[in-house]
Design a protein around this ligand. Structure first.
Ligand SMILES: [Zn+2]
Length: 456
């Protein structure tokens, strides 16, 4: 199927050949190509000149003297300019006889192409519900972000949707995603600002290059007069065997029914990371256990922290360098370390500088999608920025205190413990999703399911 660069090439070639040529007569051999009454089509166009050549998405717009002729080439549509002598092919469906003796022939082996007449000077901006052109300044980060942020469809599917951006077809969608190193199956809302910026830049780069080279010529498509494009030699991933970057075998899959080529090694899937947080006793562990039972991977920050402090582990070794006085022989005295950092803000910072990058590294090594993480002090540590979403589990203070007492804590310590954390009103302000856990487990599970429906 011709894409934007091919359509642009056809348009440019035709403009050079038939600019201001006048239509003397028209022969319609396959009327279904014409979207209006064929007699009206002929009577309107005869005597008109090809004044201007425009494009919107993959539509060719021929501005005549009084009307605009719109052509969509679809799968196999082609134009040929010939003299009278060349015999007609059975795939020549519409013949425009020009006043200089030449013929403009519309040839279409699959007969999917369409022609129609529209009012001249029509505003093309909203033409056929098409989105902005790739080179249009309306195709910018703000527009793309707004469009993509709320969509869960795969990015390849949306790149092909002419309502999002006009002119991108199957071949170039693969090339664009390869250039920005994004897996074609990535849900739109997971693209980062950087991905979006790159996508806009690469779309323009690739189209610019393709137009300069005259469009690609995959399958039987040739631009007008048999002018063949040369860009197919420059395709990097579509219909290729090996990745030009890493030499891995290119994978071919179907996305929304379209053959899709990508390099699994270079085009990373975007992993969704969701943090679960809440005050002590709020029930965040119940939430995480429920998620584990459902089969999701849940990263436990406290558990990872504990593992990193085991003898000989990375955390243990670094802490021994910075806090040697917390070691008795080869054993880390965790209570001593805790007391030390609780008493001194500076020591606390030093410890965080050791442990946070180590825990983050382990988090980023997990390849589950989605990946949940139980992060008790998510907001206090400023870790919400590392996650795509966060879920805050909130419980009324009275119920919290009861739970803490049931765990063997006395009421006074419980209150002090709760007061030492960021106030829940502050946390609520920073939360993406809130689960209120004041009722039964059944109610909690129901609320978790509702939240998952919104997030995944
Ligand atoms: Zn590769």
């Amino acid at each position: 199927m011709p894409e934007l660069p091919e359509v642009q090439t056809v348009l440019g070639t035709l403009e050079r050949q038939i600019h201001m040529a006048r239509i003397k007569a028209i022969d319609i051999r396959y009327p279904k190509i014409i979207d209006c009454d064929p007699d009206l089509f002929i009577s309107t166009l005869v005597g008109q000149e090809f004044c201007e050549f425009k494009r919107r998405g993959k539509y060719l717009l021929f501005e005549m003297n009084d009307v605009t002729l719109v052509v969509h080439l679809r799968m196999e549509g082609k134009f040929f300019i010939t003299d009278d002598e060349r015999p007609l092919s059975r795939h020549d469906h519409v013949i425009f006889y020009l006043n200089d003796g030449r013929q403009l022939r519309y040839n279409d082996t699959r007969k999917f192409g369409r022609m129609e007449l529209i009012e001249k000077e029509k505003e093309y901006l909203d033409f056929k519900g098409l989105g902005p052109e790739p080179f249009d300044e309306r195709f910018n980060v703000k527009y793309c972000k707004k469009y993509l942020n709320k969509r869960k469809k795969m990015i390849k599917e949306v790149l092909l949707d002419q309502r999002f951006v006009a002119g991108i077809g199957n071949i170039y969608a693969d090339e664009i995603l390869f250039a920005i190193k994004v897996d074609p199956r990535t849900p739109c809302f997971r693209l980062t600002d950087r991905d979006i910026l790159n996508m806009i830049k690469e779309t323009r780069n690739i189209f610019h290059l393709a137009i300069r080279k005259g469009g690609t010529t995959i399958r039987s498509y040739t631009s007008s007069l048999g002018v063949t494009g040369r860009f197919q030699l420059s395709l990097r991933v579509h219909d290729q065997n090996r990745c030009p970057v890493c030499d891995s075998k290119i994978r071919k899959i179907k996305v929304d029914g379209r053959g899709t080529y990508f390099c699994e090694k270079c085009q990373k899937k975007k992993y969704l990371k969701i943090a679960v947080t809440g005050t002590i006793g709020s029930g965040k562990s119940e939430v995480c256990n429920y998620l584990r039972n459902k089969g999701y991977d849940v990263f436990d920050c406290d558990e990872e922290n504990r593992k990193l402090l085991e003898k000989g582990e990375e955390g243990y070794l670094k802490i021994r360098e910075v806090f040697p006085d917390c070691f008795e022989k080869e054993i880390l005295d965790k209570k001593k370390l805790a007391a030390k950092v609780f008493a001194d803000e500076n020591d606390k910072k030093k410890l965080e500088e050791i442990m946070h990058p180590l825990i983050l590294k382990r988090l980023n090594e997990r390849k589950d999608d989605p990946l949940f993480a139980e992060v008790p002090l998510l907001f206090e540590a400023g870790w919400d920025k590392y996650f795509d979403h966060n879920i805050l589990v909130v419980t009324d203070e009275k119920i919290l205190l009861k739970r803490l007492v049931a765990r063997g804590m006395n009421k006074k310590d419980g209150k002090r413990r709760l007061a030492s954390q960021m106030p829940v009103t502050e946390k609520i302000k920073r939360a993406d999703k809130i689960i209120y856990n004041n009722g039964s487990l059944e109610e909690l599970y129901h609320l978790i399911e509702e939240t998952l429906k919104e997030l995944l």
